[in-house]
Structure formats: C-alpha cells, structure tokens
Design a protein around this ligand. Structure first.
Ligand code: CA
Length: 225
C-alpha cells in the first residue's frame, strides 16, 4: 500500500470516528432533555388514597410504590423530604401513595397492612408507612423475606395510638383486600411499569430521582393556575 492510500484510509477512519461521536453526543443530549415520561390526557383520577398535605392543594403528586422495593425506600429518604419541605408543608402539593405489588406476597402483605392503618387509624398512616420502609433491609438482602406478619405487628406495636387488637382483627381477616385490588387496577389502568413512578398531575417523571424536573413540573402547574 502506498503512502497516499494509507493517508486516505486514515482520513476515512478519522471521519467515521468524528461522525459517530457527533451522533452519540446528539443522542445523549436528547436523552438528557427528555426528562418527562408518559403524559396522560388528564390528571389521574385516583380518589380515596392515603395522602399528606392540604386536601385541596392545587397540585397532586402521586407515588406508585412498593414497600419491598429498594428504590422506593431510597426515594423516600432522598427525594421525599425535599418535596415535603418545598411543596407539601407549604400547602401547594397533596401527596398520595398507591401500592404496587411487583414483589408478590410480601408486597401484598405490606399494602394490606398500610391500607388497614389508613382506614382504621388514618392519623398514623404516614408513621406506619415510613416505619415499614425503614424496616426494609438496606443491604442486598432486601430480596430475602423480611416483610412478615411478625414485622408488621412489631411496627404496629411501636406506634402509640394504634389499637393493636383492632388492627390485627382486620388485617388477619384481609378485610381491606379490595383496597389493595383497587391499587392493582390503577397500576394496570395507568400502565405503571416500574417503582417508584412519580406522577405530577398528568405527567410522569422519567427519572423519579430527578428532583429538578419534579420541581419544574409542579411550578409550571402552579403558574398555569
Ligand atoms: Ca390504595
């Protein structure tokens, strides 16, 4: 091969590399900009769910979560406190939690326990909710069974104000299982694919840990009112 041919070959390779890099950059930039996930044709119609904040707050934020899901535990520790401080405590956002049962029997047990507390002792719902997430093992062991009836009862006993016997009678008879089934229907209806899924009004956030996008979406909705 002559020197000239080698030069042309090198030039072709360099050109290809540059083109590939440009395409990759465009792709990455687009991925970064599309922080919005699904947009529904109207705000989600989900009533009667555990909520915190002003009942008639202008914006509703919904978490679809699972007590067995490690990312949901992390979201509650890393993102929720900011949302609480900026928007829930200030009366701008009503925050709701809908159960997702992606981890079988234990998800169902956690959901049923939470629905039971919400129905019988609503003022203690969030204490129970946070205590149950706190009980989730932080290590890789979260896949091993931990959300047992014993664990649920242990947490219930730690919350002063919940009548343990009244709770146990309802929980063990699965009296509120229809509430859990209702949540499964919402998950189906709104095509929730992963947990946690965060929906601001009618818009799902692509990355639930992207607080800036959550904040921007809430502010846009507040401005539009
Ligand atoms: Ca529910």
């Amino acid at each position: 091969m002559s020197q000239g041919n080698k030069g042309i070959k090198m030039l072709v390779i360099i050109t290809i590399v540059i083109v590939v890099l440009i395409i990759a950059l465009i792709f990455l930039n687009n991925a970064k900009n599309s922080s919005i996930g699904k947009v529904y044709n109207k705000p989600l119609e989900i009533a009667g769910q555990p909520f915190i904040g002003e009942e008639n707050a202008p914006v509703t934020v919904i978490e679809f979560g699972d007590f067995k899901c490690p990312s949901c535990k992390a979201w509650g520790e890393m993102i929720y406190p900011q949302l609480e401080k900026d928007f829930i405590a200030t009366g701008k956002v009503k925050f709701m939690f809908v159960n997702v049962l992606f981890h079988g029997e234990e998800s169902e047990r956690g959901s049923l326990a939470a629905e039971t507390v919400w129905k019988l002792f609503p003022e203690y719902y969030w204490a129970f909710h946070h205590a149950l997430f706190a009980a989730q093992p932080a290590s890789q062991k979260h896949d091993e069974p931990w959300l047992t009836t014993e664990k649920v009862m242990e947490i219930i006993q730690e919350i002063n104000g919940i009548d343990e016997k009244q709770f146990a009678a309802s929980f063990q008879n699965k009296e509120l299982i229809s509430e859990v089934e209702k949540d499964m229907q919402f998950v189906d209806e709104y095509n929730v694919q992963y947990t946690p899924s965060i929906v601001v009004g009618d818009t799902m956030v692509k990355d639930p840990f992207d607080y800036e996008t959550i904040k921007t979406l809430i502010e846009k909705k507040l401005e539009g009112m």
